[in-house]
Write a protein that binds this ligand. Structure first.
Ligand code: NAD
Length: 377
């Protein structure tokens, strides 16, 4: 059986698997094909893949494999060249990209979308959303620090004293907690908000202050994710955030509710009262942003001098380790199905079932099935 690693489109510097993962697949008796130049942007040459046991091929040969691996969904032209009965693993947001789901069913392509891996303890080692959010949370702090006209740590020098930067983190999930640790390591004074009380102790153990707003809705059924809040709560929270925001040098926003538009926690009135030179990194830019003024994949400088950065593919700016973690997640997932040079799409396994979107012309993932059924109602 052949497994291929595609080169990502321009602008995406990561690669789905580094040579070490290609080597492990080769050792499992698969013929591993790598599109020439696939690892170049992440600083891995074709030769490093060859040394791990893979074969360098053209794009059309890579697209002709039994199992095609990539991060970005291939273009329509590329997909048209894939064989019926082949399999594709990528990240294609099937809950939004519903046309693609129908297309894969019609073409009899088995698809796995890595953003659909269930967030369970057993699936942690396969969770690309968590690994890539870790990269984003870390790098967001560095981007903020390099845009801030002042130091992060406190200094007592012969040239005077420097007070530490004040950093506010909104949402203390995977990205938020990583941002807290990184900002603390750089010596900033950090405050964090979240609607889930479960994260309070974790925030405090990282050396940040947890700011509580009473009356947040929580649900054990949400599986560790947040739920939507009432209008009254959001208004109360906006007021509390305003009080912290006007004192902050940096705000990193990470608040999300799966499948919904990101909650707006920083209205334009709050931005208008912030200090000139302060920086907002809005990690939720692709789902509408946690700040009113965020523009997806753009940097906005407001009239009062606040910089709002809405880069929604931060992991691509750190392609080496982001690809390393991504590939390890992919391998751990594939190990549920691959053995001795063969693939068995075992739908009895809840992780495979949740991540497999289409197989043998049918929709498999219960979440995608429900979403499409709702649409036709
Ligand atoms: P997560 O679900 O682990 O964390 C989100 C946190 O936000 C949760 O702890 C949740 O309780 C909290 N939250 C929800 N509503 C809130 C509210 N009203 N007030 C305060 N907190 C609230 O998600 P994650 O994996 O950490 O990802 C966070 C965000 O970063 C997502 O929007 C994700 O898409 C984005 N992301 C961006 C990039 C990028 O490059 N920009 C990369 C990876 C992830």
């Amino acid at each position: 059986m052949t497994i291929s690693i595609l080169k990502e489109p321009a602008g995406e510097r990561r690669v789905v698997c580094l040579p070490e993962i290609a080597g492990q697949l080769a050792k499992m008796n698969f013929e591993v094909l790598v599109e020439s130049g696939a690892g170049k942007e992440a600083a891995f040459s074709d030769e490093s893949y060859t040394a791990s046991g893979a074969k360098i091929v053209s794009r059309s040969a890579a697209l002709n494999a039994d199992l095609v691996l990539c991060i970005t969904i291939p273009s329509e032209t590329d997909l048209a060249t894939m064989r019926a009965g082949a399999a594709l693993l990528c990240v294609y947001q099937p809950l939004i990209n519903k046309d693609a789901v129908q297309h894969f069913c019609e073409k009899d392509i088995t698809t796995f979308s890595m953003d659909m891996v269930p967030r369970t303890t057993r699936a942690q080692s396969m969770d690309i959303l968590s690994s890539q959010a870790t990269v984003a949370g870390y790098k967001a702090v560095l981007i903020a620090a390099s845009n801030l006209p002042k130091f992060f740590p406190m200094f007592m020098t012969a040239a005077g004293s420097i007070t530490p930067a004040k950093v506010l983190i909104l949402g203390a999930g995977v990205a938020g907690l990583q941002a807290i640790s990184t900002a603390r390591r750089l010596g900033a004074v950090v405050e964090a908000f979240d609607t889930r009380s479960a994260v309070k102790e974790e925030v405090k153990s990282l050396g940040a202050k947890f700011v509580e707003v009473e009356g947040a809705a929580e649900s054990a059924a949400a599986g560790g994710y947040a739920v939507e809040q009432s209008k009254e709560f959001l208004e109360k929270q906006k007021q509390k955030i305003f009080e912290s925001a006007v004192k902050s040098d940096v705000i990193i926003t990470t608040a999300q509710i799966p499948g919904k538009k990101a909650p707006v926690l920083i209205p334009k009135e709050t931005v208008a009262s912030m200090k000139a030179g302060s920086v907002i990194i809005d990690l939720a830019a692709s789902t509408g942003g946690n700040c009113d003024l965020t523009k997806n994949n753009e940097t906005v400088v407001t009239e009062n001098g606040v910089i709002i950065i809405g880069n929604s593919n931060i992991p691509s700016t750190m392609p080496g380790d982001a690809s390393k973690m991504f590939g390890k997640n992919v391998l751990n997932f594939l190990k549920l199905m691959l053995k001795d040079g063969q693939m068995n799409v075992n739908l009895e396994d809840d992780i495979v079932k949740g991540t497999c979107i289409t197989h043998k012309k049918e929709i498999i993932s219960p979440r995608v099935k429900d979403a499409l059924a709702q649409q036709t109602k």
